[in-house]
Structures are given as structure tokens and as C-alpha cells.
Design a protein around this ligand. Sequence first.
Ligand SMILES: *[C@@H]1O[C@H](CO)[C@@H](O)[C@H](O)[C@H]1NC(C)=O
Ligand SMILES: *[C@@H]1O[C@H](CO)[C@@H](O)[C@H](O)[C@H]1NC(C)=O
Ligand SMILES: *[C@@H]1O[C@H](CO)[C@@H](O)[C@H](O)[C@H]1NC(C)=O
Ligand SMILES: *[C@@H]1O[C@H](CO)[C@@H](O)[C@H](O)[C@H]1NC(C)=O
Ligand SMILES: *[C@@H]1O[C@H](CO)[C@@H](O)[C@H](O)[C@H]1NC(C)=O
Ligand SMILES: *[C@@H]1O[C@H](CO)[C@@H](O)[C@H](O)[C@H]1NC(C)=O
Length: 386
Amino acid sequence: MRALFWIFLLGCACWEAARAASLVPGKAFDRLITIWLENQDYAKVVLEPSIADLKRKGILLTRFYAHTHPSQPNYLAAIGGDYWGLDHDDMVHIPENVSTVVDLLDYRNISWAGYFEDMPGPGYMGNYSDGQTGNGTWDYVRKHNPFVSYESVIMEGERLLALDSFRAFQRAFKAKEVPQFVFMTPNMMNDGHNTSNKFAADWAHKFLQPLLDPKAFDEKTLIMLTYDESEDYSQPNHIVTLLLGSAIPPALKGTEDSTFYTHFSLLSTIQNNWMLPNLGRYDVGANVFQFVADASGYTKNKEPANAASVNNSISYPGFLHTEPTNRLDIPIPNDKLIGAGGLPILDKIKQKWAGDIKKVGKTPYDGSGNVHDGDNPPVYNPPKAN
Ligand SMILES: *[C@@H]1O[C@H](CO)[C@@H](O)[C@H](O)[C@H]1NC(C)=O
Ligand SMILES: *[C@@H]1O[C@H](CO)[C@@H](O)[C@H](O)[C@H]1NC(C)=O
Ligand SMILES: *[C@@H]1O[C@H](CO)[C@@H](O)[C@H](O)[C@H]1NC(C)=O
Ligand SMILES: *[C@@H]1O[C@H](CO)[C@@H](O)[C@H](O)[C@H]1NC(C)=O
Ligand SMILES: *[C@@H]1O[C@H](CO)[C@@H](O)[C@H](O)[C@H]1NC(C)=O
Ligand SMILES: *[C@@H]1O[C@H](CO)[C@@H](O)[C@H](O)[C@H]1NC(C)=O
């Protein structure tokens, strides 16, 4: 009995030690926290005093574009490398054979979590929930939580448990146990959806102060404050993204970066930073945040050939499009692409799709980084190397 007890205790201690020791260092950062605000135009956000103040401490990305309207497809894009033609905010399900950022992170045992303010409990899959810290109704909404729509995430209990509320984040923050990849959405008040540009900017400023304290994290941490989409649907979908945190080189604080980016750049940037394989979708070809590319020696950032015509205001055809005439099968990934991590597609994805790659033979993913929307839809071609 006693021996068993000690084996149990030792086992626990070893496991804790292994977990603590298993931090996977990156080329430019050891942790990325992305925080999503809602529906504001670039031109208005940069005028907010709270944003101007934050900008002094970080890098403002001046040419960052969302993909379409409304909200939900933009969230899905950032973790899945496509938004699947989605053009609405209702409940959707993306089948288990579609991989996300979670499969890439798990490949290297990089810890991750999604924190959603007023989510009533870990792994909640409902459409919405009325919380206490917002205005009482629809504080948490599923449409701003991309993970729950991917069955490859929710069909594994441990992954589902990595989706939790802001309270869980605060607990992890206090204990210095914040995972290495974190996706956060404030509630419908704090993210600006039901309030205003100023409200969300002031909330972000206040929320970020403890996270920007030099003693907040022991590891090099990059905080990416972004917006899901712009407010004005008639204009190209231009949004503000600010890079902050201890990973920002001191000489770059208060500067601007005018490289062309989209939400797919979240995927390419972490692939580059942690040498991850790719998803074989629009993650490949998306520009890597320049300071990260500089740290890793990556030289493939470029202006997309069709950047001058970017609009990104309506959804291209895909399997989640509401119009039957715009509905297509899930595209096959391109298994010939090398991503920003210097590696090919994740082997598990290649295996799963091998039959269809042979049978279907055409893919929209070419690794070019070109932008597409409903007015400028993707063109399908046989998979080619980039
Ligand atoms: C969630 O919303 C979808 C439409 O988006 C609806 O079909 C479904 O019934 C809703 N589920 C619940 C539990 O409210
Ligand atoms: C990830 O962890 C598992 C055990 O949990 C181990 O078998 C595997 O080798 C690790 N992979 C990497 C890339 O460290
Ligand atoms: C936010 O606005 C929606 C309508 O867009 C409403 O249903 C919801 O109750 C509001 N939520 C909060 C927290 O104010
Ligand atoms: C919050 O709710 C109250 C009523 O419950 C309403 O009068 C007010 O407009 C709401 N505020 C916002 C920003 O939605
Ligand atoms: C962008 O696309 C939308 C939808 O097709 C259109 O209404 C709008 O005029 C376009 N805007 C620009 C600047 O091209
Ligand atoms: C992926 O899953 C969907 C839905 O179950 C199915 O229709 C499709 O054939 C599957 N494709 C592959 C390559 O597994």
C-alpha cells in the first residue's frame, strides 16, 4: 500500500516536471496570445487614444485584411486555413477530417487553449450564453469561438477541455501556467460588438496592462491584438492588428510594418516560429509577421500579385455557403506545398486525404498568397509545388 502511494506521488511529480520542462522555444517568441475585437475600420481604430497609447509599445501592422463578412468565417479562417465559403454566423460543423492549428501544435507538443469570456464552462458547445460580466444576454457567443465548429477539436475530450472562460485564463496567468498558444475573445460588450470602438479600445488597454508588465511572463511572449473584420462592408476589409509583449525587439517598439497580411498570417507565423508542418491550405503563402521572419531568416514574404484589388467583402463559394449554387465540396489540401515552417503538410492530413487527392485532382491552394473573395473566387488547379 505504502509503496503504491509513493509510486503514485513520484509519478505525479515527474509528470509535472516533464510538463514544465516541455516548453517548446520559438525563433522569435515562446508564447503567442491573440485577442480578438469586433467590427471596426482601420481608419477609425488608429484614432482611438487607447490604441495610440498601446502602439507606442508595439508594432502596428498597417496593411492587415480580414477575409469576408460577417464575423464567423474570419474566426474559422484563422485556425483552419480556409473559411469554407461561409457567409453567416449560425451554427456550423466542419467534419473531423479537416485539421486545424490544434493538430499542428499537438505535433510538437506545444500547449494551447482558447479562452472565451462568459463561456459558462469548459467545452461548452451551445450557440450563446448569458453571463454576468457583460450586459446580461448573449455575452458569450459561439460564432466568436472558432474551435467548437471543428469536429477534429471537439471529438477529443482533452481538446474540448482546453476551451474555457476568461476566469480560467486569469487562474493560469496567476499561476504562470498560460499555455504557449492562446486564442481569446472577450464578451459581446468588451469586444465592441454591442458597444463602441472606444469601449473596446479602452477595455483592451485596461485588460492588457498586467499582461504587458515586464514580470508578467517568464518566457518571450507575443500578444497579437486584432479585429475580426471591418465595419464598412463597402470598403476593402482593412483592420488594425497590433503586436505587443516581451517578444517585441526594443528597437521596434512604436514602429509600423506595412507588409500585406490576412488572418492566415497567424498560421504561417506560428509555423515559421516553431518549425511546424502546414495544413496544405491558405496557410501556405500567407506572409509571416516581418519581425518573426527576420528572427528566423525567412525570406519568402512578398506582395500578393493581386493585392491592389483586395476587397474581401463577400464570401467565395464553398461547402458552408448558404446559396446552393455557390456550394462546393471541401477542397483537397495541396500536399506538395512547403510552408513557412520549412516543412511539408502534416503527415496525418496527407494520409487522410490521399485517396481524394488522387480522385479529385484539383485544389484552390497554390501557396501564392493571392487574395480571394466572392468577386474574385479561387481557381482550382492540379496540386503543384510552390
Ligand atoms: C443553434 O442555432 C442553430 C442555427 O444557427 C439552430 O439550428 C439550433 O437549433 C440552435 N441550437 C440551440 C440549442 O439553440
Ligand atoms: C510529444 O509527446 C509524446 C508523449 O506525450 C511523445 O511520445 C512525443 O515524442 C512528443 N513529440 C515531440 C515532437 O516532442
Ligand atoms: C448584443 O446584441 C445582440 C443583438 O445583436 C443581442 O441579442 C444581445 O443580447 C446583446 N448582448 C449583450 C451582452 O448586450
Ligand atoms: C445594457 O442593457 C440595458 C438594459 O438591460 C440597456 O438599456 C442598455 O442599452 C444595454 N447596453 C448596451 C451597450 O447594450
Ligand atoms: C467590395 O465588394 C462589395 C461586395 O461585392 C461591393 O459592394 C463593394 O462596392 C466593393 N468595394 C470596393 C472598394 O471594391
Ligand atoms: C471528409 O468528411 C466528409 C464528411 O464526413 C466526407 O463527406 C468526405 O468524404 C471526407 N473526405 C475525406 C477525404 O476523408
